[in-house]
Design a protein around this ligand. Structure first.
Ligand code: AMP
Ligand code: MG
Length: 416
């Protein structure tokens, strides 16, 4: 089988992967999920024309010639209804959010007035009709769609859900994800220390990558490079919506993962991708009681496994949870040093990003071996060297996939 390009492999996965069913969850635990139904307004908001300021409701015509002294005929607080209709020369003291009285066409903020004795106030400037009045239903109209299905739930969306009193929210179901490491040489986190073994980093790094997407994975542990043991573990893993198995997908004589998956009825879609790090990367689909399980065979090398997760698993999990934004946000950054490259495969170089005039500079995190996890631990982004590149020159601009959780940055970014 030939090596697939990164984009062809992504397309192959996304052709197959579908959203799961829907479920209803409480508003307190829906952050990061995706709405599976439109949300309608159940009232006009604001329910009347209301004041946007603490100040005075008045008739703008009374100020046609500039400053004027008006009689205060009423005091209206938020939550109260006005009782008077304003006549010429009159105003009402009003609080933010309180309904404006009949006859009013503008509000002036208290800072533009001067208190006088005998229930009078001096208005210091003229105002245009409509000034500082929030019109009925300007934030939402009863019955209108205020949020559409497919919207990712952010804190702002949660505020809107509360506005329409939606305490239970219909969202796409989260996939159940299982994680398995394979290899005779692996030592589990709680196993006794053995200097001849290799600590199982992949299970935990993958666990965290899944958690970062808001999903709690199930840890299946470590399977030895033994066809029978592997068969048992993989069979268990195929009970989940998604199985992530690392190691054993290459062409070594003890790499039993692919044949064992095939023996279990998994249809392998591909198992080689033209990328570095990460080429022994496999993807397969298994039918399970009318639905499907997706299997990702990730490379054993820890950096390769994490980079492949970013390119292939994260978009698939995001698609399953109903998200439209499947890929990491990218920025263009200035390359600090030349990068050598032979055409044929896409490289993902781990970089930090440094703010400079006009944007960012990308600097490698150091030795880029696929077993050197520090290169990933310190990375803020993955710099993409396209497969057809003959090398990149310092000071050229490159695309960097941002790895920071939610696109935060160190610098304030400007003076404001
Ligand atoms: P494999 O793909 O099984 O040939 O593994 C490639 C390399 O990755 C080998 O050096 C393995 O020891 C290493 N490796 C495999 N699985 C893990 C893991 N879970 N944690 C850390 N290193 C691993
Ligand atoms: Mg192995």
């Amino acid at each position: 089988m030939k090596y697939l390009s990164v984009t062809d492999a992504q397309a192959c996965i996304l052709d197959v992967v579908k959203t799961l069913g829907i479920e209803t969850v409480g508003i307190e635990c829906c952050l990061g999920r995706v709405l599976a139904a439109d949300i309608l307004a159940n009232r006009d908001q604001p329910p009347y024309d209301v004041s946007a300021m603490d100040g005075y409701a008045l008739r703008s015509a009374d100020l046609a010639h500039g400053a004027a002294t008006l009689e205060i005929v009423e005091d209206i607080r938020a939550g109260e209804m006005p009782v008077k209709t304003l006549q010429a020369g009159q105003c009402a003291r009003i609080m933010t959010g309180a309904p404006v009285p009949q006859g009013t066409d503008a509000v002036i903020r208290v800072e533009d007035t001067e208190a006088l004795a005998d229930n009078q106030t001096k208005i210091l400037c003229s105002v245009k009709p409509g000034n500082d009045i929030r019109l009925r239903a300007e934030s939402m109209r009863n019955g209108a769609v205020v949020l559409t299905a497919g919207t990712e739930i952010t804190p702002g969306v949660i505020g809107m859900l509360a506005m329409v009193k939606c305490s239970n929210v219909t969202v796409y179901r989260q996939p159940r994800v299982a994680i398995l490491s394979t290899g005779d040489e692996l030592e589990g986190l709680n196993d006794p220390f053995d200097a001849n073994k290799i600590p199982d980093a992949n299970s935990h790094a993958l666990m965290a990558q899944v958690q970062a997407l808001g999903i709690s994975p199930v840890m299946l542990g470590i399977a030895r490079d033994d066809p029978e043991e592997l068969h048992r573990y993989l069979q268990q893993g195929l009970q989940y919506d998604v199985l992530l198995v690392s190691g054993g997908t290459s062409v070594g004589v003890h790499d039993y993962v692919r044949p064992t998956l095939e023996a279990l009825g998994v249809e392998m879609k591909f198992w080689r991708v033209a990328m570095k790090p990460g080429h022994p990367m496999a993807f397969g689909v298994a039918s399970r009681h009318g639905s499907e399980s997706y299997v990702f065979g990730l490379p054993g090398n820890p950096v390769s496994s994490m980079v492949c997760f970013e390119q292939f698993v994260a978009p698939a999990l995001r698609r399953m949870t109903g998200k439209a934004k499947l890929y990491r946000r990218t920025v263009e950054a200035r390359l600090a040093r030349d990068v050598k490259h032979k055409p044929g495969r896409t490289d993902f170089i781990r970089v930090t990003l440094h703010k400079e005039e006009g944007g960012y500079a990308a600097i490698s995190t150091g030795a880029q071996g696929s077993g050197i996890l520090a290169s990933m631990a310190h990375a803020e982004g993955l710099m993409v060297v396209p497969a057809d590149s003959h090398g990149l020159l310092a000071d050229s601009y490159v695309t960097v996939q941002l790895l920071d959780g939610m696109s935060y940055q160190n610098e304030i970014g400007g003076e404001w």
